[in-house]
Each structure stands twice: as C-alpha cells, then as structure tokens.
Design a protein around this ligand. Structure first.
Ligand code: TYD
Length: 216
C-alpha cells in the first residue's frame, strides 16, 4: 500500500487539534497504520528546535532556518521512513506554515523560503517516473477563519507562546499567505471553513479526504 501524507494548516485558534486526532482514528479504523506528528517537532532534535523557535526572540531568517532544520530531521527520521512503509502520516503543520508565519506574518522573503524548501524536501530515494521532485503532502487541509474570530477563541485559553501573542495584524498576514499558498497549489489544498460548527468542520474534513480517494 502507498504511503499517504496529510498536513493540517491554519492560524492559531483555527481548531485543528480534535480533527487531526479524529482523522488519524478514521484511518486506523480502516486498518491503516498511522503516524501522527507535528511541526516544528516530531523528533527529539526537532522538538528542541521547536522550543527555541516558540520561545526565544530571533529574526525571521533565523526562525526560518530553524524550522527548516527541524523539518529536515523530521523528514529523514520519521516522515520518509513512515511513507516508505506505507503508513499514513498525519502532520499538524508543515512547510505552508513557514510561508504563512515567516513569509506572511514576518514579511520574510518567499524566494529564500522556496530555496530552503527545495533543499530540505528534495527526495532522497531513487527517482521513479511520475514521482514529484519534492516531498510535499498529498493533501493539505487548510482551516481558514478570520483572524479576529481565531483571536476570540484563544482568549484565556492558555499562556500564549511567541506567535500566539502576536497582534491581529500579524494573523491577517498569516491568513493571506495561506490563501496565496492555496492558490499556488490548488490540487493539493482543501480549504475548510473553520468558522462552522465542529460537526460541520468534521464533515468537510471527511469529504475532502474522500473526494481525493484517500479514505473509503
Ligand atoms: P501550534 O502548531 O499551534 O501548536 P500548539 O497547538 O501546541 O500551540 O504551534 C506551533 C507554532 O509555530 C504556531 O504558532 C505556528 C508556528 N510555526 C511557524 O512559525 N513556522 C513553521 O514553519 C511552523 C511549522 C510553525
């Protein structure tokens, strides 16, 4: 069976978490082995880098280098081996988050990010015909909702990290950058209206995964 790579994206407060766990269970219920993971993170080294990125002040290039370093380790140790074993990899955030947060939120140079993406996501295995040159998710579920609504949801929820404590204007730029990434890869993205009720969001998540033929 072919491995399957699904990423979840959206601004902080978009409500991805419960649906990520539910989708992993839906695959398991159909007999698939699932690797549930997150970025930045997913390996001991990448979790260490996550801690720095989320809590230490640094400029946007440093942030970008650290999240891509974490991603490299994550791909090599977890994602690529899992896909090679035919597992379903469900990942809370991937490279679109770097374009959205560093590229959009922090106004960082997209050309540099594209270069890092090419270096970090270049496939290691022998090229087989039809396989895209870069490792990318097969499907990206983008939880889209207005920045103001997300901010309301986060009020009092927990102690905010470096990104969660950014002002509304930051998240509007993050949101717009997700929109741009979605427009650049429409076949890979499914936009989910995250303002709907949890039941409706879950129905839309399942519909998106099924319409791709990824889940029976
Ligand atoms: P998040 O995924 O929201 O986890 P939690 O639910 O535990 O808060 O937190 C990760 C944060 O890191 C989020 O604010 C987005 C940010 N981030 C980047 O800035 N760049 C990236 O490339 C990634 C993957 C995440």
């Amino acid at each position: 069976m072919n491995g399957l790579f699904i990423s979840f994206e959206g601004i902080d407060g978009a409500g991805k978490s419960t649906h990520i766990a539910a989708l992993a269970q839906a695959f398991e219920a159909q007999g698939r082995a699932v690797t549930l993971t997150r970025e930045p993170g997913g390996t001991p080294l990448a979790e260490t880098l996550r801690n720095l990125v989320l809590h230490e002040p640094m400029d946007a290039l440093t942030e970008s280098l650290l999240v891509f370093a974490a991603r490299r380790d994550h791909i090599q140790r977890v994602i690529a081996p899992a896909l090679a074993q035919g597992r379903v990899v469900v990942c809370d955030r991937f490279t679109d988050a770097t374009f959205a947060y560093q590229g959009g939120g922090r106004d960082f140079d997209w050309e540099v990010l594209r270069m890092l993406e090419r270096w970090v996501q270049a496939r290691q295995e022998p090229q087989s015909p039809g396989l895209p040159e870069l490792l990318q998710p097969d499907l990206t579920l983008w939880f889209d909702l207005p920045a103001a609504v997300a901010a309301q949801r986060l009020v009092g929820a927990r102690v905010p990290d470096k990104f969660e404590s950014q002002p509304g204007a930051f998240f509007e730029k993050v949101s717009a950058a997700y929109g741009l990434r979605c427009a650049q890869s429409p076949a890979r993205f499914a936009r989910i209206d995250a303002q709907s009720s949890p039941q409706t969001v879950w129905r839309d998540v399942l519909a998106a995964v099924r319409s791709k033929g990824l889940l029976a």
